[in-house]
Design a binder for this molecule. Structure first.
Ligand code: N01
Length: 484
């Protein structure tokens, strides 16, 4: 027999895309018993933080928005970061999320005691919740490279995820370290303003040529008048995204097409010596696929030079490379990415004193289906480790995760369960299924990338995105220790 309970209280950590989605879907169900904790002053997460020149999303904008909040006003196929941030701020306003959010409040510790989460915040407060949702995302801690002398540089140093909006690039000598998505996106706009741009490339990556079509007034008006067009555009880009995802999973025509397109793109580089400097040794998509129609154009400008000689140290005036050359700089841009899976709350303790950091030491049973962690009760992660970050839009991943959490909340509210804790055996089963499924994927074809995060296997999803939907469609309660 089931008892009827009051709506369980939910603590949501992070007001980025996934935390907002969790909150909005709770509101859509008439559930207001939740609080969002956000360390910054505004919503937006990565789009609030990453404001470097050229920042954009490499998922088409029509796919990178909530399905229930389509946007007919996107200016481009891949809209810029400011536009995406404006979209999320608009959504936050529409759903009045500020009323539920404690801004400038970091959750410093979370402990599961007496069948509830007790959290402590940077403002010294304590709060209790039945359920905790970590929506802080896998890439929220900047990675600063361990290059000797970095602290001695007398010019300005800016990490791409900590940009100074007032910095004037005009007339400056700029150096950029890092040629992942951030570095590639930043290169073109910096090259248009700086007097000189030195691009330091340790590992060249393949670049997929993808035109960034502009949507004019007519296209926008059509989509406003005929919403079906926007929906169809979304479905089309979802399908395109899925093809890329599948190319990463197994060899076949998709992978060959990507390799051909990247090779063809490299041929844009007219100078044979420069072209060979930029030729990657790894397969396309082994690291995160890079999408750009401007990178190679920028690298061929007269004011841009590509440096493949290793950086030996950073000095007061600039960067010294192994060939002995000093590259004098006014600005050093660190496009060196993030420390992955450093989630927002450092100190999480579950049942029997189990600490998240200790649980994660055990590679074989780190997490349960990317959404939960053995030893942590009533705790869910959105876009958790091993979710399909490389083969599905993060919006879709968050959406699938939120729907999963909502079903768990329904069961708690119905009194069917009070606490649910993934069994270690279920996490181990997930871990061993993962371990046996990477062989054909591109990520293990011989490159290093942040996907590995120090593990022997990448923390990605080695199966089709549709399988993620299937796996998380409904919670399998037999995989959990349940109290009721
Ligand atoms: O970081 P990265 P990112 N000396 O880790 C280099 C998402 N994202 O910020 O390859 C010299 O990819 C490093 O070199 P190497 C997306 O998921 C999305 O660009 O290790 N170089 C590499 O070139 C992405 O995957 C968008 O040899 C050093 C670079 O720094 C993730 O964020 C846009 C070095 C780091 O590349 C991270 O991308 C931007 C050193 N000591 C980001 N240390 C979208 O469009 C590091 N490097 C959605």
């Amino acid at each position: 027999m089931t008892r009827s309970h009051s709506t369980p209280s939910v603590g949501i950590i992070g007001a980025g895309m996934s935390g907002m989605l969790m909150a909005i879907k709770l509101l859509q169900q008439g559930k207001r018993n939740f609080t969002i904790f956000e360390r910054a002053k505004k919503v937006g997460g990565v789009w609030r933080e990453n404001r470097y020149p050229g920042v954009a999303c490499d998922v088409a904008s029509f796919s990178y928005c909530y399905e229930f909040e389509p946007n007919t006003e996107w200016s481009r196929r891949f809209s810029g970061g400011a536009e995406i941030q404006a979209y999320f701020e608009g959504i936050a306003k529409k759903y009045q999320l500020d009323d539920y959010t404690q801004f400038e409040t970091t959750v410093t510790a979370a402990r599961f005691t007496d069948e509830r989460w007790q959290i402590e915040t940077s403002s010294g407060e304590q709060h209790n919740f039945d359920v905790l949702v970590d929506a802080t995302g896998p890439l929220n801690e900047k990675f600063y490279p361990d290059i000797p002398g970095l602290e001695n540089f007398q010019g300005t140093t800016l990490h791409t995820a900590d940009w100074d909006d007032d910095y004037d690039l005009n007339g400056k000598r700029v150096g950029i370290i890092g040629s992942g998505s951030s570095g590639v996106q930043a290169t073109w706009p910096i090259a248009q303003q700086a007097t000189q741009l030195d691009v330091f490339i340790r590992t060249p990556q393949w670049v997929m040529p993808t035109p960034n079509t502009e949507y004019g007034p007519l296209a926008k008006q059509l989509k406003r008048k005929v919403p079906l067009l926007g929906w169809l555009t979304r479905k089309f880009y979802d399908w395109v995204g899925e093809q890329f995802g599948r190319a990463a999973l197994a060899d076949g025509w998709r992978r060959k097409l990507v390799a051909w397109a990247c090779e063809h793109n490299l041929k844009q580089v007219k100078d044979a010596e420069l072209r060979e400097k930029l030729r990657p040794q790894e397969q396309a998509m082994c690291k995160r696929m890079i999408v750009s129609d401007s990178y190679y154009k920028a690298l061929q400008q007269d004011n841009v030079s590509v440096e493949r000689s290793a950086i030996t140290q950073i000095e007061a005036d600039g960067v010294r490379t192994a060939d002995g050359e000093l590259h004098p700089l006014d600005l050093l841009v660190l496009a060196t990415g993030f420390r992955p899976n450093v989630w927002g709350v450092k100190d999480i303790t579950g049942v029997d004193g189990a600490k998240l950091e200790d649980i994660w030491q055990d590679e074989g049973s780190r997490n349960y289906q990317s959404i939960a962690v053995p030893g942590l009760s009533n705790f869910f992660m959105l876009i958790g480790p091993n979710s399909p970050i490389t083969n599905l839009s993060l919006i879709d991943i968050a959406d699938i995760g939120v729907d999963y959490v909502l079903q768990c909340l329904d069961k708690i509210e119905a009194g069917e369960i009070k606490t649910m804790t993934p069994k270690k055996s279920a996490a181990e089963k997930f871990g061993s299924d993962l371990a046996g499924s990477f062989d054909d994927t591109i990520w293990v074809s011989g490159c290093s990338s942040w996907y590995f995060d120090g593990s022997t296997l990448p923390q990605t999803w080695p199966w089709a995105p549709s399988y993620y939907r299937e796996k998380l469609k409904t919670p399998t309660l037999t995989d959990f220790h349940i109290t009721s």
